[in-house]
Design a protein around this ligand. Structure first.
Ligand SMILES: Nc1ncnc2c1ncn2[C@@H]1O[C@H](COP(=O)(O)OP(=O)(O)OP(=O)(O)O)[C@@H](O)[C@H]1O
Ligand SMILES: [Mg+2]
Length: 145
């Protein structure tokens, strides 16, 4: 599935509606260049899960955990950009989250590709220099989501 976004708001809204189909244990990998909009996508996705806290980039913490209200799904938001050794990933206890009761979003997931289950979905965000600066092509490959 492909979506053309022309603003951060459109990316937010599209991600928010995608989250409506999320189930416990889903993993969605976010890939694309620096500043392409992975965190912008995560903000919308989290809103769709009912997270009311502000979602910020976990670049320095690797993982941010957001509990959702009532019966809805918690969000486990990873950014593995700074991971240089698998033990750093193990230190986060990632398997508890990958195989847990919430939904994982993983920015820069290609860096830890060998840890990502085959059932994971992938979102690739691309800019196009021929288009406006706010143009993004968002390619969604659903996995089992
Ligand atoms: N259509 C769009 N969708 C998403 N973001 C957009 C769009 N157009 C412009 N932007 C801007 O692009 C930037 C995306 O930043 P964001 O932090 O989400 O990227 P990122 O992929 O998470 O970067 P990083 O690799 O550093 O984690 C924001 O400044 C946002 O306002
Ligand atoms: Mg980011």
């Amino acid at each position: 599935m492909e979506f053309i976004s022309n603003s951060p708001r459109e990316t937010f809204d599209w991600a928010r509606s995608l989250a409506a189909g999320a189930k416990a244990g889903d993993i969605l990998c976010l890939t694309g260049d620096l500043g392409c909009g992975k965190t912008a996508f995560a903000k919308g996705f989290g809103a769709g899960l009912g997270v009311s806290a502000e979602i910020t980039s976990p670049t320095f913490t690797i993982l941010n955990i957001y509990d959702s209200p009532n019966q809805s799904l918690p969000l486990y938001h990873f950014d593995v950009y700074r991971i240089s050794d698998p033990t750093e990933m193990e230190d986060t206890g990632y398997e508890d989250f990958f195989y847990g009761n919430g939904v994982c979003l993983i920015e820069w997931a290609e860096i830890i590709k060998n840890m990502i289950p085959e059932t994971a979905g992938w979102v690739t965000i691309e800019k196009d220099l021929r288009e406006s600066g706010d143009y993004r092509k968002i390619i969604y490959n659903g996995g089992r989501m």
